[in-house]
Design a protein around this ligand. Structure first.
Ligand code: RP5
Length: 181
């Protein structure tokens, strides 16, 4: 069922980053129910032409898979992991404990507590094991942060991020001008 839902979702959208090219970013999530939120990170990586992989890896339901994913990601060429989870959202923190790669956590708003449970579960990491936590349901920012991190060693990508900021500014100025009329 999970595979079917992922496939239908992936077919609907054009996730161009999912090619045979070695992925630089791993987007993982605790459940297929996180996909509607997490696909925004994939959209950003597509937009910037960053190859990525998208996987369901649950800290609680598939702990062995989480262990092998996190501990082998670096050797496979993954440079950054974006991990989204809701509720008792242990996935980003556990993954950060198992890899030296930077981990970006996305608190997914689950069925109760408005996502505050997910946010606190992800952001309150103990000293020594950091997770860069974005706002609740804001996988877009997780994608953008990953692009910025990769941009440190990739001048092309950094130039595209500068252009993105220019475009964002332009959009706001156009809207502001319209409002003034
Ligand atoms: C977490 O539990 C997942 O990340 C998800 O946000 C939440 C609910 O999962 P499902 O019951 O919808 O599979 O592990």
């Amino acid at each position: 069922i999970v595979e079917a839902r992922m496939k239908s979702m992936l077919n609907e959208e054009s996730f161009d980053g999912q090619t045979a090219v070695t992925p630089r970013v791993g987007i993982i999530m605790g459940s297929d129910s996180d996909l509607p939120v997490m696909k925004d990170a994939a959209r950003i990586l597509d937009m910037f032409g960053v190859p990525y992989e998208l996987r369901i890896v649950s800290a609680h339901r598939t702990p062995e898979m989480m262990f092998s994913y996190a501990s082998s990601a670096g050797q496979r060429g993954i440079q950054i992991i974006i991990a989204g989870a809701g509720g008792a959202a242990h996935l980003p923190g556990m993954v950060a404990a198992l890899t030296p790669l930077p981990v970006i956590g996305v608190p997914v708003r689950a069925s109760s507590l408005d996502g505050l449970d997910s946010l606190l579960s992800i952001v309150q990491m103990p000293r020594g094991v950091p997770v860069a936590t974005v706002a609740i349901n804001n996988a877009t920012n997780a994608g953008l942060l990953a692009v910025r991190m990769l941009g440190v060693g990739d001048a092309d990508l950094q130039a595209r991020m500068s252009q993105y900021l220019e475009d964002t500014k332009h959009d706001v100025l156009v809207k502001a001008e319209k409002l003034e009329k």
